[in-house]
Write a protein that binds this ligand. Structure first.
Ligand SMILES: [Cu+2]
Length: 124
C-alpha cells in the first residue's frame, strides 16, 4: 500500500518535471526567434595548438571570433591575405572578423605555421 502511494507520487513528480522542461524549452525557442538580428557570432577556440572547429561554415556578413585558450600566443593570418590578420593573441584574448564574400578562406598561425584552419563562407 505504502509503496504504491510512493510510486504514484514519484510519477507525478516526474510528470511535473518533464512539463517544466518542455515549457522552458519552448520559451527558449521563442526567445531565440525574437533576437534574430543577423549578427550571429561564430566561435573558434584555439586550444592545444589547434583551431576548433578546424573547418567552420558561416554565412556572408556573420561575425567570426577566435579565442585563444592556450598559454602560448597565437595569430590568425589568412593564407591569401583575404582578411585582416590578428596581432599575437594572449591567453583568453579574442579576435573578430566579419565574413566577406562567399568562398573558402584558409588561415594559419604565423607563430606555429602548422596550425591551420578553414572558413567556408556561404551566401547569406
Ligand atoms: Cu600558434
Amino acid at each position: 500500500m505504502y509503496t504504491s502511494v510512493t510510486r504514484n507520487q514519484t510519477v507525478r513528480i516526474l510528470f511535473t518535471i518533464s512539463s517544466l522542461c518542455l515549457s522552458s524549452l519552448s520559451f527558449g525557442q521563442a526567445e531565440k526567434g525574437a533576437s534574430a538580428d543577423n549578427t550571429k557570432t561564430n566561435q573558434i577556440v584555439i586550444k592545444d595548438f589547434h583551431f576548433d572547429p578546424q573547418v567552420l561554415t558561416v554565412k556572408s556578413g556573420e561575425k567570426i571570433t577566435w579565442t585563444n585558450r592556450d598559454e602560448e600566443p597565437h595569430t590568425v593570418v589568412s593564407v591569401e591575405k583575404q582578411f585582416k590578420k590578428s596581432g599575437p593573441l594572449d591567453t583568453d584574448q579574442e579576435f573578430t572578423i566579419t565574413a566577406g564574400a562567399p568562398g573558402t578562406y584558409t588561415y594559419y598561425c604565423s607563430v606555429h605555421p602548422k596550425m591551420t584552419g578553414t572558413i567556408v563562407v556561404k551566401k547569406s
